[in-house]
Design a protein around this ligand. Structure first.
Ligand SMILES: Nc1ncnc2c1ncn2[C@@H]1O[C@H](COP(=O)(O)OP(=O)(O)OP(=O)(O)O)[C@@H](O)[C@H]1O
Length: 271
């Protein structure tokens, strides 16, 4: 496996304490990885460390090739037109594929003579994405880029991104609080909570290694590795790292959302 991004014992300490701690992982090339975690988990810190915007307090992080970063506050000049923004992208980046960036804007249906400040949130995201991708990065880190978009615009941007990944083999690390955005899109999962990695791996492998077990609340909890347990008046729902059938329990493979929520809940309870 070739790693596009590698973190070794990576840590970042701010005045209030550690934002990220003992973080070691590799992001395999060509993956679309979801970076999930509650507010303050350390997601932005991890991305900012990876692109060198902030220095680590401990360990190191290395990206193998060219990397682009797109955060919530899109790096666009509001007084520029879209065409001027693309020219600015060209002048700021030695490696710039103008035909490609222009095509991405055209596909988004954004007029080249429109000023950035007059664009909708979705159009701005598409222009920011075109500027970020115009550098032809091998890795792109997207820190909640869809957070100000309506559901349709989110789908549009996600599809545009997926098409680029399919065409170019680019690696993506995408953080989002909207788990539905990630389902069916991401094939790798990095789950952070309290500044530490709680779960990481290939999504299909992780899903197939876990089961949701639903049974009467009178049933004894089976002897499996339970990640999260919830009981209502009538029934108990467990998410466990197991594939074993347990007597009296209905079981199914979790969705990415069920898996993620269970790990987030268990990290919250352990905190
Ligand atoms: N510049 C800073 N100075 C001091 N503390 C910071 C700074 N940036 C982040 N932190 C703290 O580090 C921790 C991790 O923050 P970070 O922004 O990385 O989390 P996040 O997972 O991206 O959160 P969110 O989902 O809310 O965007 C938080 O406790 C935050 O308050």
């Amino acid at each position: 496996m070739t790693a596009e991004l590698e973190a070794v014992d990576l840590g970042k300490k701010y005045r209030r304490g550690w934002a990220l701690r003992d973080c070691s992982f590799e992001l395999p090339e060509g993956r679309i990885a979801a970076l999930v975690g509650p507010n303050g988990a350390g997601k932005s810190t991890l991305m900012r460390l990876a692109v060198g915007l902030i220095p680590p307090t401990a360990g190191h992080v290395r990206v193998r090739d060219t990397v682009a970063f797109l955060g919530q506050d899109k790096p666009l000049y509001k007084g520029f037109t879209v065409a001027e923004m693309l020219r600015a992208g060209a002048s700021m980046n030695a490696e710039w594929d103008n035909d490609y960036a222009t095509r991405l804007v055209k596909e988004a249906g954004v007029p080249f003579d429109a000023r950035i400040r007059t664009l909708s949130g979705g159009q701005r995201t598409r222009v920011a994405l075109a500027v970020a991708l115009g550098r032809r990065p091998k890795l792109i880190l997207l820190d909640e880029p869809l957070s100000d978009l309506d559901p349709l615009a989110r789908k549009d941007v996600m599809h545009a991104l997926l098409a680029e990944v399919a065409d170019t083999g680019m690696t993506v690390l995408l953080s989002s609080h909207v788990l539905a955005d990630l389902e069916g899109v991401c094939d790798y999962l990095v789950l952070l909570a309290g500044g530490r990695i709680r779960l990481i791996g290939d999504v299909d492998d992780l899903l197939s290694e876990h089961r949701v077990l639903i049974g009467s609340k009178e049933l004894a909890v089976p002897d499996v590795s339970v990640v999260d347990s919830r009981t209502t008046q009538r029934q108990t729902t467990l998410l466990a790292r197991t594939t074993t059938v347990a007597d009296g329990w209905d079981l199914h493979e979790p969705t990415l959302e069920e898996l993620t929520l269970a790990y987030l809940r268990s990290a919250k309870e352990a905190a």
